[in-house]
Design a protein around this ligand. Structure first.
Ligand SMILES: CCCCC/C=C\C/C=C\C/C=C\C/C=C\C/C=C/C(=O)SCCNC(=O)CCNC(=O)[C@H](O)C(C)(C)COP(=O)(O)OP(=O)(O)OC[C@H]1O[C@@H](n2cnc3c(N)ncnc32)[C@H](O)[C@@H]1OP(=O)(O)O
Ligand SMILES: Cc1cc2nc3c(=O)[nH]c(=O)nc-3n(C[C@H](O)[C@H](O)[C@H](O)COP(=O)(O)OP(=O)(O)OC[C@H]3O[C@@H](n4cnc5c(N)ncnc54)[C@H](O)[C@@H]3O)c2cc1C
Length: 664
C-alpha cells in the first residue's frame, strides 16, 4: 500500500535522532512527557472527537463545545491535573471556547492589574470556576484605538460605587470571546470619570449574569455577535455584544494596581507605569507567538506527510511515479515553512523568557525593559501570525485538490487561525508600534543612552551603515556571523533611512503617517532579525542527540536565506549585499533543501502530534491516505441517501423539461 510503505521508508532514511529532536521541540524532557501523555489522553477520549465539527449547525456546534468544556473540566478535577497539565489538556481539546478567555485573559488580568486584596478575593473563585470571566475591551466603534473607548465608569461618592454605562451604540462591547452566552463576569475596560474629569481607560470587574439562573443582571444587554468565517472553526466561540445601562458596581471592583480611587474620590497613582493597564495584551501576544509555531507546524506536518505519499508524473524505471516532495518547487515552498515552524518555536521560547524577566523586574519596581517587551511582543506577534496564516494557506495548496477538503484539516485550521492576525492587535497597527520604538532608538543614538536588548546592534551604527558582505562562495552563507551581519545591516539601514526621511517633516506625527508603509517594512526587518538571531543563539546551546544539531543548523540557514531571498529588494537596495551574493545565497538554499529532503518526515514526526490533534486524513501518521479519503467521503450527510432531498422539486422538473415547458 503506497502510503504505508512511503512513510516507513522515509522514516528509515532519517539522519538524526528523532526522539532527541522531540525533546528540543517540546522544550524539555518534562514538557515532552506531559504533552505526550495529555495529548494521548485527549485522543483516546470519545467525548473529544472532532470529526463532525464542520457539519454541525451553529447551535449544535456550540452545545457540543459546552459539552467538551464541561468534560475537560471534569477530567481536570478527577485526575487532579496540575496547572501545566490542565493547560495542555485544553490545548489538545483543540476547540476555541470560553475557557481560553477565562484562563488566558480574565485570570491573568486580575493577577496583573489587581491589588493583593483583589487577587485574594477574585482568584480563588476564578480558579475553582465558581465564576467564569472574559476580557471586554473592544467596542463596536473602537478596537485598535484603546484610548478611544467610550464606555464610562463614573465614580459616585454618595454610594461609593462606579456607574458603568454605554453612552452610544458604538460604545457597545463587541467581540469579547466567552461573553456572548457563557461568562458570568468580565473585566470591562472603560473611561474612569471622577467629578466630571476623564482619567482615561481602566479595567473594572463587572458581574454580568446571575449565578443562579444565568440571566443578565439588571441594566445589562448581552448576546452573541453572529457567525464568523468558515464552518466549525472559531464559531465554537461565543464572541459577544454587551451594553450597560447605568450598572452600579462597588468601588473596590476597579482594578487598582496601577491607580487607586479613594473613598473620597481622589485618584492616587502608584509607582507603576500606566501602560500596565495594557499588560494582559503583552502577556497574550507572547503566548500567541508560541501558538503560531503550533499552528504552522501542524499544517506543515500534514503537507509534508502528504507530499511524501502523493505521486504524480515521472514514471521511474520501477514503474512508480515521483513523490511530489521530490519536486524542487514543492521543496522550495514547503521547507521554508518547516524551517519557519522551528524558528517560531525558538523565538517563542525566548519571548516567554523575556516576559518572565520583565515581570520579575516589575515586581522589583524596575520598569526599564517594559518598552522593549512591548515592542518585541507586538512585533513578533505580528510577524509570526502573518507568516503562519499565509503558511497554512500555502500548505493547503501544496496538498493540491485534496487540501481543499475539510477532511484534510487545512480549511478549518486556516479559518480558525487567521483572526490571530487581527485579535490582540491588528498586525499593521502593532508593527507601527515597533517602528515608533525603532525611530526612538535611532534618535537616541549618540546621546549617551545605549540601545539595549534586541536593539543592541544599533549601537554599532557606524559599522553597520558601511559594512560590505564578505560572501565569495555559496558556503560562506552558512556562517552565522555573515548572516547576522547582513540582517543587522539591512535593519539598521532601513531604520536610519526612515528616521532621516522623518526628520524632513516639520510635524513628526504627520511624517509618521506619511511614511508609515516604509516604517512597517523597517519594523518587519527588525523582527526578522530577532527571529534569525534567536535561532542562531539556540544553536549555541548544548544540543544532544545524533545529527540533531546539524538538522537545526540546516533549518536555521533555510529560514535566514529564504527571508533574504523573499526580501531581496531590501538587501540589495540598502547595499547590504551584491546581486552576485544574492545568487550565491539562492544556490546555497537549493543545496540546503537537498540536505533536508531525506529528513523531512522525521522532522515533522518530531512535533509528536497525534492523529487526533492533526485531524487530517492527509497528515495521518501511517500515510494511509487514499482508503481513508474514500471512507470519509461516504460519511458526508449528503451521502445518507442515494437520491438527494430536493430531487423531486428541483432536479426532476429540469430533466423532464417541465420548467422549460412552463415558461414557453
Ligand atoms: C485559537 C487560538 C488561540 C491562540 C492563543 C494562544 C494562547 C493565548 C492564551 C489565551 C487567550 C485565548 C485566546 C486568544 C484569542 C483571542 C482573544 C483576543 C483578545 C483580544 O483581542 S483583546 C483586545 C486586544 N486589543 C488590542 O490589542 C488593541 C490594540 N491596540 C493597542 O494595543 C494600543 O492601544 C496601541 C495601538 C498600542 C495604542 O497606540 P497609541 O495610541 O499610539 O498609544 P497610547 O495608548 O497612547 O500609548 C502610548 C505609549 O504606551 C506604549 N504602549 C502601548 N501599548 C503598550 C503595552 N501593551 N505595553 C507597554 N507599553 C505600551 C507605547 O509604546 C507608547 O509609549 P511611549 O513611550 O512611546 O509614549
Ligand atoms: C476572533 C476575534 C476574537 C476577539 N476577541 C476579543 C476579546 O476577547 N476581547 C476583546 O476585547 N476584543 C477581542 N477582539 C477584538 C480585536 O482585538 C480587535 O478586532 C482588534 O484589536 C482590531 O481592532 P479593530 O477591529 O478596531 O480594527 P481597526 O482598527 O478598525 O482596523 C481596520 C483597519 O484599519 C487599519 N488601521 C487601524 N488603525 C490604524 C493606524 N493607526 N494606522 C494604520 N492603519 C490602521 C488596520 O490595519 C486595519 O486594516 C477579537 C477579535 C476577533 C476577530
Amino acid at each position: 500500500m503506497a502510503g504505508f510503505d512511503d512513510l516507513a521508508s522515509e522514516r528509515s532514511k532519517a539522519q538524526f535522532d528523532v526522539e532527541e529532536m522531540k525533546v528540543i521541540w517540546a522544550g524539555s524532557r518534562h514538557t515532552l512527557e506531559v504533552s505526550d501523555r495529555i495529548s494521548r489522553l485527549v485522543a483516546n477520549d470519545p467525548v473529544f472527537r472532532k470529526d463532525t465539527r464542520t457539519m454541525l449547525s451553529r447551535k449544535d456546534l456550540f452545545k457540543n463545545t459546552l459539552r467538551k468544556a464541561a468534560h475537560a473540566w471534569k477530567r481536570i478535577i478527577e485526575l487532579r491535573l496540575s496547572e501545566e497539565e490542565a493547560a495542555e489538556l485544553r490545548f489538545y481539546v483543540d476547540e476555541p471556547a470560553f475557557m481560553d478567555l477565562h484562563w488566558g485573559m480574565f485570570i491573568p488580568t486580575i493577577k496583573g492589574q489587581g491589588t493583593e486584596e483583589q487577587q485574594q478575593k477574585w482568584l480563588p473563585l476564578a480558579y475553582k470556576m465558581k465564576i467564569i470571566g472574559c476580557y471586554a475591551q473592544t467596542e463596536l466603534g473602537h478596537g485598535s484605538n484603546v484610548q478611544g473607548l467610550e464606555t464610562t465608569a463614573t465614580f459616585d461618592p454618595q454610594t461609593d460605587e462606579f456607574i458603568i454605562h454605554s453612552p452610544t451604540l458604538t460604545s457597545s462591547k463587541w467581540w469579547p470571546g466567552g461573553l456572548g452566552k457563557v461568562s458570568t463576569h468580565a473585566v470591562v475596560y472603560g473611561r474612569l470619570i471622577i467629578d466630571s474629569k476623564d482619567y482615561g481607560v481602566n479595567g473594572f470587574i463587572v458581574q454580568l449574569r446571575s449565578l443562579d439562573d444565568h440571566l443578565p443582571l439588571p441594566g445589562i444587554t448581552i448576546g452573541d455577535i453572529g457567525m464568523k468565517f468558515g464552518s466549525g472553526a472559531y464559531n465554537t466561540m461565543d464572541n459577544g455584544v454587551l451594553r450597560f445601562d447605568h450598572v452600579r458596581i462597588p468601588r473596590d471592583q476597579m482594578l487598582m494596581r496601577v491607580s487607586q480611587v479613594t473613598r473620597e474620590g481622589k485618584l492616587v497613582q502608584s509607582n507603576v507605569p500606566w501602560q500596565l493597564v495594557y499588560g494582559t495584551m503583552v502577556y497574550v501576544r507572547q503566548k500567541i507567538v508560541s501558538d503560531a509555531s503550533c499552528a504552522l507546524s501542524r499544517a506543515v506536518c500534514i503537507a509534508t506527510r502528504y507530499s511524501a505519499v502523493r505521486r504524480q508524473f515521472g514514471l521511474q524505471s520501477n514503474g512508480i511515479e515521483t513523490q511530489v516532495i521530490d519536486y524542487k518547487t514543492q521543496q522550495s515552498r514547503l521547507f521554508p515553512l518547516l524551517a519557519s515552524a522551528y524558528a517560531f518555536r525558538f523565538v517563542g521560547e525566548w519571548l516567554k523568557w523575556l516576559y518572565m524577566d520583565v515581570n520579575q523586574r516589575l515586581q522589583a519596581s524596575d520598569f526599564s525593559t517594559l518598552p522593549e517587551a512591548h515592542a518585541c511582543t507586538a512585533g513578533l506577534k505580528s510577524l509570526t501570525t502573518s507568516a503562519t496564516a499565509d503558511g497554512i494557506e500555502e500548505c493547503r495548496k501544496l496538498c493540491g485538490g485534496h487540501g481543499y477538503l475539510c477532511s484534510s484539516g487545512l480549511p478549518e485550521l486556516f479559518a480558525v487561525y487567521i483572526p490571530a492576525c487581527t485579535y490582540e492587535g491588528d498586525n499593521i497597527v502593532l508593527l507601527l508600534q515597533v517602528a515608533r520604538f525603532l525611530i526612538k532608538t535611532v534618535s537616541q543614538l549618540g546621546s549617551g543612552k545605549e540601545p539595549v536588548g534586541t536593539t543592541v546592534y544599533m549601537g554599532r551604527v557606524e559599522q553597520l551603515m558601511q559594512c560590505h558582505c564578505a560572501v565569495q562562495k555559496a558556503e560562506d552563507w552558512l556562517k552565522p556571523s555573515v548572516i547576522l551581519e547582513a540582517f543587522e545591516a539591512r535593519s539598521m539601514r532601513m531604520s536610519v533611512a526612515s528616521a532621516q526621511n522623518l526628520a524632513k517633516f516639520d510635524n513628526q506625527e504627520e511624517g509618521f503617517l506619511e511614511l508609515s508603509a516604509d516604517l512597517v517594512q523597517a519594523a518587519v526587518a527588525h523582527c526578522q532579525l530577532i527571529v534569525v538571531s534567536k535561532f542562531i543563539e539556540k544553536l549555541q546551546q548544548d544540543i544532544p542527540g545524533k545529527g540533531v544539531k546539524g538538522q537545526l543548523e540546516a533549518l536555521c540557514n533555510i529560514y535566514a536565506l529564504f527571508i533574504l531571498h523573499k526580501h531581496l529588494g531590501d538587501f540589495l537596495s540598502t547595499g547590504c549585499i551584491t546581486p552576485k551574493q544574492a545568487s550565491l545565497a539562492n544556490a546555497q538554499l537549493r543545496s540546503l533543501y537537498s540536505q533536508v529532503r531525506p529528513n523531512a518526515i522525521a522532522l515533522v514526526d518530531a512535533f509528536n502530534y497525534t492523529d487526533h490533534y492533526l485531524s487530517s486524513v492527509l497528515g495521518r501518521y501511517d500515510g494511509n491516505v487514499y482508503p481513508k479519503l474514500y471512507e470519509e467521503a461516504w460519511k458526508d450527510p449528503l451521502n445518507d441517501s442515494v437520491v438527494p432531498d430536493g430531487y423531486q422539486e428541483y432536479i426532476q422538473p429540469i430533466l423532464k423539461q417541465q420548467l422549460r415547458n412552463a415558461r414557453l
